[in-house]
Design a binder for this molecule. Sequence first.
Ligand code: MF3
Ligand code: CO
Length: 285
Amino acid sequence: MSRNTKGDRFTPFNYPIEVEQRIQELRKNKNIQLPPRKILRTREELAGIKASAEINTALLDFITPFVKAGVSTRELDSLVYQFTTDNGAIPAPLGYGDFPKSCCISINDVVCHGIPNEFDILEDGDIVNIDVSTIFKGYFSDASRMFMIGNVTEQARRLVEVCKECLDLGIQAAQPWATLGDVGAAIQAHAEKNGFSVVRDFCGHGVGIKFHEDPEVLHYGHKGTGMTLVPGMTFTIEPMLNAGSWEVFIDSEDNWTACTDDESLSAQWEHMILITETGNEILTY
Ligand code: MF3
Ligand code: CO
């Protein structure tokens, strides 16, 4: 029995028979890696994921005016907690493993997973990533943005801008029937052309039913390799670019904070996308 005759499980948005036929066609080629069905969203799942994503985007908009010199990362974290819970949602990072706060805030040479605290005060010249993730009615969403505090160096500004361009190019490459390798290759080429390196130790990920699920979305790689993208997949693209080497170092005191090994600056942007029949849709930004 072909799966699409079963109805909703495999028809996230009136799945046309051509999509199922294309999957069956590709399945004949053993070299093609197709996603497991469980990561193709149903209509109902998609509605839930989009509702979560809307809160997550509104949250980043909400905190933006507070991201200024003089504010502590702890104060920003409190605002994230307050806004999320006021909207009937839960901050996904809080209590994820032993993560103690509601978001990750990563300043300058911190690559990702910076833990908000009262001693980190934003200063003129800092570049900072705020990464927020939301659970709403059981559905997960995830996104992060960079902020430049006051006057930043030319190198810092370029790093932040090129990183955003890498994300946009990665999204452009994330077309139905393209591969994850196409996404990674597009990001890596643009980063390296601009003299920056792509962090290898962290990747994007499927998101929606769980915080982190398949597939792993590498931000480097080769065109035409890896999983084929199929309509109905939801995942993040979240490149981390370093001004120096790509190597990172994890703080052994908290086992979370990831810094560049050479103390060079690092930037990251993260959106969550849905692969559609004709391209993709950005769900969080
Ligand atoms: N938000 C991060 C991501 O983009 C994950 C953070 S895990 C946490 O995948 F526990 F630190 F929140
Ligand atoms: Co993520």
